[in-house]
Write a protein that binds this ligand. Structure first.
Ligand code: SAM
Length: 296
């Protein structure tokens, strides 16, 4: 995963007027990249060294550390280290997201939901993997809710939304967004599914919120995660942060959580070579999706 660029505020400009961050030698850089890769799957190229140095130092300064080694050791130390790790991961990950971000993938998802909801006694379970601050699972919930309303149907649906970043999940659970963030949400949905608050803030209504279960999960652990089976797994702009081996490992883990006939929707170009005997690639020229075989 990861490696902040546009989505992170950390940059050398932040050091203006402050002491220069300590040098990081080759051995230290390898030590940090190995740790990040082992814990998060994050790959960090040499070109991103300055980003690592800046992010680490900003965090180290906040909690009073002045050298990499002692901070490294602190991160490995019991409960406090674990907590600190979540704060650091938050700094190093890209959380950029938007409501209804990929129109093609959303249209594909919609047709999938229409199909499932048209079946008798059906219910719908969706997993938004790498949900960031919630715009993606809320978009999905609004889409399903509006479909059900159009069809005058009452059916059960639920969305599991997972991310490694506790800070992002906390914001997602609050479900409060500035009006500017809602630009891609159709007006009728803003009216129907949000409550206006003070200062141009909009809060997602409880009937939408209650459909989503937010939980922390490192996607590298997804194969063994306790998740029910999903009709749809929606995973966008997450795999791009992993190298090919890790992507394959994650995808194989995700498929375990797909119902037979269920579909995994990815971002365009996020997977180049992946073969798994449980799935077939969907024929679609704008959306990358894989369907689990019905008899698997
Ligand atoms: C760029 S955002 C994508 C958000 C959303 N899916 C979208 O397309 O708009 C990537 C998200 O993946 C999360 N992430 C990165 N590495 C992860 C990991 N190892 N396990 C789970 N989530 C991870 C980040 O915290 C971040 O919120």
């Amino acid at each position: 995963m990861v490696i902040g660029a546009s989505g992170n505020s950390a940059n050398f400009a932040s050091w203006k007027g402050l002491e220069t961050p300590p040098e990081m030698d080759e051995r230290q850089f390898s030590q940090w990249t190995a740790l990040l890769r082992a814990k998060t799957g994050m790959r960090l190229s040499k070109e991103r060294k300055s980003f690592l140095i800046t992010s680490l130092n900003l965090r180290m300064r906040e909690i009073g550390y002045h050298n990499y080694q002692s901070y490294y050791e602190y991160l490995q130390s019991g409960k406090a280290g674990k907590l600190e790790w979540t704060a650091l991961v938050d700094r190093l990950t890209v959380h950029e997201t938007r409501f209804f971000r990929d129109q093609n993938a959303m249209a594909f998802l919609e047709s999938e939901c229409v199909e499932i909801l048209s079946q008798d006694n059906s219910e719908l379970q969706i997993w938004s993997a790498g949900c960031s601050t919630g715009e993606e699972p809320y978009s999905i919930a609004m889409l399903v809710e509006s479909l059900l309303e159009k069809q005058h149907k009452k059916k059960y649906y639920g969305i599991s939304a997972t991310d490694i970043s506790l800070m992002s999940l906390a914001k997602a659970k609050r479900g409060v967004f500035n009006r500017k963030r809602l630009e891609q949400v159709p007006d009728e949905m803003v009216f129907e599914y949000f409550e206006e608050q003070k200062n141009l803030q909009y809060k997602v209504k409880d009937r939408i919120k209650s459909r989503i279960c937010f939980a922390q999960m490192n996607i590298l652990d997804c194969a063994t995660a306790r998740l029910g089976k999903a009709d749809v797994i929606y995973c966008q702009n997450l795999l791009i942060y992993f190298d090919q081996d890790k992507r394959t490992e994650i995808l194989n883990g995700m498929v375990i959580h797909l119902k037979p006939g269920g579909v995994l929707i990815l971002g365009p170009g996020e997977v180049i070579e992946w073969n798994n005997p449980l799935v077939n690639r969907e024929k679609h020229n704008k959306v990358l999706a894989y369907r689990r075989l019905k008899n698997s």
